[in-house]
Design a protein around this ligand. Sequence first.
Ligand code: PGA
Length: 248
Amino acid sequence: MRQPLIMGNWKMNGSLESAQSLCSAIMEGLNADDMGVAVCAPYVYLSTLQVLTSSSTLSVGAQNVADQASGAYTGEISATMLKEMGCAYALVGHSERRSYYGDTDETVADRFCEAQKEGIIPVLCIGETLAEREANETFNVVNRQLDAVIEKAGIGALENAVIAYEPVWAIGTGVTASDEQAQEVHKAIRARIAAKNTVIADKIQILYGGSMKPANAKGLLAMADIDGGLIGGASLDATSFLEIYRSI
Ligand code: PGA
């Protein structure tokens, strides 16, 4: 049985004050034995959240990580720095990074490896655009994005990783993949991993992301290969976020 994981992705939202109050409100809604819940906050709030969450089961993650270990990379944040800030997770390859900031399958694989070197669990985000889905390219795209990481990191690296399937057409649009549409892709991702290692395929958490909210979470999370959610918009409201967590 896989441990479910509900992860918020705050993106570039909020202020120091709102990050603190959102984090506190989430923690207030969690019991001491509630595992499998995390928030990915903007870099500049990580150290504050590290202190706030020190005696909570709420984990903290970053929204990206540098593809290099250190050096002359102005504006970048290394995995070592994130580790110091108590990050348990780092998103890599979010579609907004791929589409607005030039992330490629190769740089995403490098980021993935850098995170793991520091013991940070990379959350590999993959997913197709609407045009790709309409051209029946969904499986080719997610396979390509997944294979790039497996080629660089090795299949064994997926032992300490999370995958987030996020159809780009569902992110921030209010349009969610149907339970069956999402399950179909999750199942295919797991099968692709199983072709190389069945133990890892059985164990790896595959999250769904893309307009997940309290109203649709229960159905999605009930699907056999959907192990949790990566939640953007609805994670900015503690009540909605906790409601999604409770719907597991
Ligand atoms: P959304 O974002 O829930 O607002 O669609 C999800 C994500 O981008 O991770």
